[in-house]
Design a protein around this ligand. Sequence first.
Ligand SMILES: NC(=O)c1ccc[n+]([C@@H]2O[C@H](COP(=O)([O-])OP(=O)(O)OC[C@H]3O[C@@H](n4cnc5c(N)ncnc54)[C@H](O)[C@@H]3O)[C@@H](O)[C@H]2O)c1
Length: 430
Amino acid sequence: MCPTIAPKPTPSAGGCSTGGAATAATRSASARAVPPRRRPPAAPSRFRSSTPYPGPPPARVRTPNLTTLSPLGASGQARSVRRARNAPYLPDRRLFSGRSDMRTLLIGCGDHGGGTLLPAACSAGISIHALVDSDRERAEHLAKLWLIPQVYASTEDVDADTFDGAIVALPVSAQADHVAWALQAGLHTFVEKPPAPDLDGLRTLLQHAGRAGVHCVVGMNFRLAEGVRRLRSALAAPQYGPISYARVEHIARKPVQSFSPDMSLEASLFAAQGIHAIDLAQVLLPAQRVTSGQMIAVNRGRLATLVAGDPAGGTRLEVHFGSCAAAFSHQVRVVTASGDLLELRNMSELLHLPNGGDEHVREYPGARVLWRTSPIGGGYDSAGYGPELAAFGDLVAGGPAESLASLASLLPVYEAFDELLQAEGLAWTA
Ligand SMILES: NC(=O)c1ccc[n+]([C@@H]2O[C@H](COP(=O)([O-])OP(=O)(O)OC[C@H]3O[C@@H](n4cnc5c(N)ncnc54)[C@H](O)[C@@H]3O)[C@@H](O)[C@H]2O)c1
């Protein structure tokens, strides 16, 4: 249910102004057999994962008015945030999210924005109050379908003062400008990957985000996909120890053409696939230095590989991503310090091959299935879209950032790919 947009309170009545100004703040309300390895301090690396999402400066954060806008009421909202903080490791966010109080604008209602994020946002408890798409007919059709009261053909027509947040899902070349617009308008922003088409664009956006004082989260759904949550939960068990080796293979069937005349096909590959693969690998095994990278010869699309490691710490990470396959294929392999191997196949099956010293190996030497996706499961939760949007809503309401991607956390992802491009004599631009 999408309620009618309520005008923002005027600054004198405790409302906020555009641009995230100070007045905005007034709106709211061991391994068993292996001895623990001593890791040396991380070497300077361009492949280092960033520190946890720091969030914007608190004084300028704009928080929706939970008391007046929430159907749960203030106590219900407080309860949902409290549960989020006490929740187990990488929980199913649907259990405690209910951010229907954030007045949200969906910018870009194409295949992903209209077909996936819109229903995923509704299932995550985020109410979409207006749609923006240059294809007005499509936006109007979706608005009718989802009972959304307002449609705009462009952000130029939008009075940002009547919104708290924006979800951006535009063509790659249009994303950064719209994210900048939303941030400057003081809107908490969720932008689908990639937030910018290249490294320079990301650095520019980071400057905007630093000035805006609102949350900016990047949609990196694989981080919160059910299979990855299961893998990370399994890895939290003490018998495995830290990850020594991680390998992410992410090979799809597109793109085979560049997304825009300005972008190289390699940059388009990064925007569609590589960004996910490198990010997931970094989340699993941070602080690795890129040691090599290569474009691999294929006749259709592109195939790339990146290797990173920390020789002193004995860790290694390999990422393969491409657009040459007949269908999407996704594999994650992890070997921990204990010698155990965990393998996540196509986000649907998690296998465990124990280390040779495991006491049950003689009677049962094979791999065991730790988890399999349910035949009736799937959808937005399984792919991570629902939990990610719910976590965004919770973050805006004061909850934890957990596995959400910040713009800053994507800097080493872009930098790693930039190294590969440079090593191969390639460019982000066509
Ligand atoms: N995380 C994921 O799994 C995932 C999957 C698919 C797409 N995406 C990302 O989502 C974004 C959108 O992808 P898509 O497949 O929906 O693309 P799409 O081309 O189907 O949709 C884009 C929409 O934006 C509209 N649009 C274009 N320029 C506009 C403008 N200036 N103002 C308003 N509307 C405008 C178009 O009319 C279209 O409806 C891309 O950046 C893509 O990388 C992410």
